[in-house]
Design a protein around this ligand. Sequence first.
Ligand SMILES: Nc1nc2c(c(=O)[nH]1)N[C@H]1C(S)=C(S)[C@@H](COP(=O)(O)OP(=O)(O)OC[C@H]3O[C@@H](n4cnc5c(=O)[nH]c(N)nc54)[C@H](O)[C@@H]3O)O[C@H]1N2
Ligand SMILES: Nc1nc2c(c(=O)[nH]1)N[C@H]1C(S)=C(S)[C@@H](COP(=O)(O)OP(=O)(O)OC[C@H]3O[C@@H](n4cnc5c(=O)[nH]c(N)nc54)[C@H](O)[C@@H]3O)O[C@H]1N2
Ligand code: SF4
Ligand SMILES: [Mo]
Length: 768
Amino acid sequence: MHKAPDEEPEESLTVTPPKKWAAGVPAVVHALEYSLQETSAKNTGVTLLTMNQVGGIDCPGCAWADPSPGHRHRNEYCENGAKHINDEATTRRVTADFFRRHSVSDLGRRSDMWLNQQGRLTEPVVKRPDSDHYEPISWGDALGLLAAELTSLDSPDEAVFYTSGRASNEAAFVLQLFSRAFGTNNLPDCSNMCHESSGFALHQTLGTGKGTVSLHDLHHADLIFLVGQNPATNHPRQLSALEQAKSNGARIVAVNPLPEAGLLRFKNPQKASGVIGHGVQIADRFLHIRPGGDLALFQGLNRLLLEAEDVRPGTVLDHEFIAEHTSGFEEFAEHTRAVEWEDVLAATGLTRTEIERVHEDVLRSERVIVCWAMGITQHRHGVPTIREIVNFLMLRGNLGRAGAGACPVRGHSNVQGDRTMGIWEQMPDSFLDALQGEFGFDPPRAHGLDSVNSIRAMREGRIKVFLALAGNFVRAAPDSTVTEEAMRTCRLTAHISTKLNRSHTVCGRTALILPTLGRTERDFQAGGEQFVTVEDSMSEVHASYGRLQPASKLLLSEVAILCRLARRTLDGRADVPWEEFEADYGAIRDRISRIVPGLHDFNRRVARPGGIRLPNPVNEGVFPTPLGKALFTRNDWEPPHLPEGHLLLQTLRSHDQWNTVPYTPNDRYRGIHGSRRVVLVNPQDVAALGLADGRHVDLVSVWTDGAERRAEDFEVVPYPTTPGSAAAYYPETNVLVPLDSVAEFSNQPTSKGIVVRLEPTGTPAFAG
Ligand SMILES: Nc1nc2c(c(=O)[nH]1)N[C@H]1C(S)=C(S)[C@@H](COP(=O)(O)OP(=O)(O)OC[C@H]3O[C@@H](n4cnc5c(=O)[nH]c(N)nc54)[C@H](O)[C@@H]3O)O[C@H]1N2
Ligand SMILES: Nc1nc2c(c(=O)[nH]1)N[C@H]1C(S)=C(S)[C@@H](COP(=O)(O)OP(=O)(O)OC[C@H]3O[C@@H](n4cnc5c(=O)[nH]c(N)nc54)[C@H](O)[C@@H]3O)O[C@H]1N2
Ligand code: SF4
Ligand SMILES: [Mo]
């Protein structure tokens, strides 16, 4: 067993020039180094060799899709996937003795990195109202306590059940079933903070919230946009798909305020040429856009397309697609023709020539795909921006045919599946009717609370019990101070978790940690050894088989915990065979087959290599909107108001973290080593603000409520982000994101668009 560090590591920043390429040999070396620090060589071998293979462990990292079974590489994983899987397969353990040595107050002062490094949770523990320590509790007593709190509530809506996207389909289905049988739709999830804007915009315009493309489409596109995403770090195997698209002749346009390493050049570690050669240039064009400028960019492109059609009628737009499948074209066209170039150039920071060159690429391309992630969704105008991307795709019929479409690149490995299973505070009546038909209870129909509204409700004292299935809610959520205070108002907080994190240290009056099996581990139940299923970003549903021995004999699976809780809480109140579900997850999948369209005959079909691809109606020419057509929309924007001397801050991921959990203080591709308390600022702004390289500053966010939100002591690093903007790491900067600063329509926190000022602290550093 590896010993966990007891002391916090010293922070000391060194900065090297940002990398101009991603992956290659160093990536493989870094993955192995990290894996071997965490776990044994044997575990590393088992996890990595079976990862993303038929009959193996589905990578618990991102939601990128696997190639079809015949086309998988022997090492079908990336550097970061290897880190994520071995972070779970660690041989370090958090025991009862650990909790005796560390009080909750002590743990609350520790860094996110330190908490994670302590290893896997091994037995259920409780923090009682009069104590500052977690202490062991039996499973029976822990679930009894939770059930007693739930049954004593005045209304089921005083409970909130949060889900993070690593939870399996089976666990997610059981949780939403329990929640609705209990009587509430309060089912917030990490997606509320992630791709909610995508789901909302796609639903409204296309009638379905999911992306429309497959890996095969990507491989065969002529033109691919990568907008607001950093694939080298967050979806590394996307680079292999892009490499293949390029070898088939695709062009790639990257749109980003940062020149991210993998957008420029990629060395494929799975190929000899990637190990020794110069790699492949990924982006043919790089648009160095101002944050939040993407809506204006796509409006500019759409205006150019309409004008090109005027000059050469019948050659630019796909009139057949527009006439047959869409509604609202005339109003959209009129609105788009009135878009002013002056506004587009100001919002994007681009030149008209740069936009016209991309327009020429579009005209030359038969098949266009737009990929996007958090750089779009986490802005105030996230929803209208995605609607404008849909307008752009529809003008040339780039939807519903091979090699073309919309590709929101999902984050967590099963975040899309959790939604398919009903984890959403606003599931449609069709789903609720199906639940009612299957289980004979009447599910609540009023919409429940999403993540932001859950915090608001806690703050107002309306929530008494908070239960999380995976995740790290208080660190993922905006406005850390407000969120932590809100969480502390609960009577009981409980977390079903694999590893220790900050949310365990921000307790209600009573708090429970319910430790669970991870995806890497073998799961034995009364009905035999179980597997679980997950759905990737391209709607492929497949099985994941645990391979390692459980981290502790006292762990229960997520499904077992939830089924036992349901039995104790509901006491026969719904006609659900919880015991059978716990014994055999196939029984859960049988019920899912009858409820979720596209998953009929789930057990048999998911056992086939490659699993099931859920149909997307758009690819069958069906647009299930109320009009039965895809909608063109008119979208307006207001540029963010940046007072003199202020910058627009985006909060993002380093190369060495999984969401709220930093693995090391390094960000190799951006050249940041040894500290995460850095703020990347354009050199022009560094000079104009009278700052210097290495100067220490507080980041202070400015919001209409007048409250001061401050993140202390960051080092200024000059970096080629677009002028007027800055970047710093999440979750250290979540304290700056006001709870009420949300995207229009989707209520998603605007984590990529926060107005800040930089206040120098201490003695000035020498300019370097
Ligand atoms: N290694 C690793 N992999 C992960 C994760 C992780 O934490 N670590 N997290 C997973 C999850 S849950 C998610 S959601 C995804 C996130 O994947 P990403 O969305 O790639 O993650 P971020 O680091 O938030 O980076 C956002 C990117 O958007 C750019 N950007 C910011 N604002 C704008 C803008 O206004 N316009 C444009 N065009 N670009 C902008 C930023 O410069 C950055 O390159 O990754 C998943 N994969
Ligand atoms: N400022 C800012 N805030 C953001 C973002 C941002 O870009 N900027 N991104 C947002 C996004 S995109 C997301 S998705 C959220 C992420 O929010 P969450 O999904 O809530 O957070 P994670 O960091 O992924 O959760 C990590 C924890 O999950 C638990 N865990 C891991 N694996 C398992 C498992 O198999 N089972 C169980 N039961 N538990 C497990 C571990 O205890 C671990 O500590 O954060 C959001 N917050
Ligand atoms: S690209 Fe994503 S799913 Fe694939 S191995 Fe890497 S982290 Fe895992
Ligand atoms: Mo995410």
